[in-house]
Design a protein around this ligand. Sequence first.
Ligand code: NAI
Length: 360
Amino acid sequence: MDVTVFSSRSYDETYLSSANAAGRHRLRFLETRLDARTAALAAGAGAVSAFVNDEVDAAALATLAGLGVGLVALRCAGFNQVDLAAAHQLGVRIGRVPAYSPHAVAEHAVGLMLALNRHLCRAWSRVREGNFALDGLVGFDMAGKTAGIVGTGSIGQVMARILIGFGCHVIATDPAPDPGLEALGVRYMPFPALAEAADIVTLHCPLTPETRHLVNAEALARMKRGVMLINTSRGAVVDTRALIAALKSGHLGSLGLDVYEEESHLFFRDLSGRAIADDLFARLLTFPNVIITGHQGFFTAEALASIAETTIANIDRFAATGAPLHEVSVERLAPAAEAESSSALSSASSRARSGEPSGA
Ligand code: NAI
């Protein structure tokens, strides 16, 4: 099958080509992001592959359907970027990669914690300049601190085990508490209580209508002065303006981000030769106690290999049966959304209603 791979980078080409070593599909790699304006580039393909910040809205899907594209194979778990109702009406099937490596994201989040706590970035640049003074680099022992995990699904569970290994008291909030973690001593509580008790708060819940701006000014005010906040889940789970205010007042002690509310305009590209037009993002970069990475939590060799293998498996199954192996169907939408016509459903509302993991 001919497959146009959108938002493709060198690593996508490496891992997808390797997963397609048998040569069952002809993959055409494009760096271009998939949206309504670029969908026509898929002419001649039977399937396309898309990533987290592609805009697979009704207009893009209509163009793809008109070209005879029958499958959008997402190279990610989340499908908040897809208008599922429109896909259903147009007969375009959607495949995804439901799971790859929870370790990749949890370990990256721990990397952010340690780098912030022990000021590793500042220390590294000081030593390179021959400055071996330790002033300003005081950290704290992780052992004995209270770490709050918001969302103990696949990634949050790995995080809990790592933090228990550090000797932290682990508390958590999740609508579906995990008995295995409770047996390890993790205490579940509502989010406000977690916010008040934790020295470190780490976010591992999906972006849903309930979790949008979960960490807002009110939640930050509940937190201890000097708290560390880590977000590797989804940008909009936190209110960026409230974060900046809390950093300015000193209430938020340190902040590690791998995701950002408006990341689709920034991440996965080299913009180093340009001025950053996003003033909130630029302000975040000015704080010495903030570390931001560009949505790389998933970025390990193991995760990339697994994503590529599952993506090719989705295309294989679609070529053989007309449906991908891991299909996202319109039933994922809330009943109210199903009743609406797809034209009335913007991709944004589709996103909000899907209530599903929305990261890489
Ligand atoms: P998962 O679906 O296994 O777990 C999510 C957990 O969050 C579930 O246990 C769920 O019950 C819980 N949850 C739902 N609503 C909640 C709420 N209001 N408060 C607290 N907990 C709530 O998902 P997984 O695989 O652990 O991924 C978590 C998130 O990590 C994804 O939604 C995605 O946004 C993000 N992610 C980020 C990546 C990155 O590269 N930075 C890569 C992969 C995922």
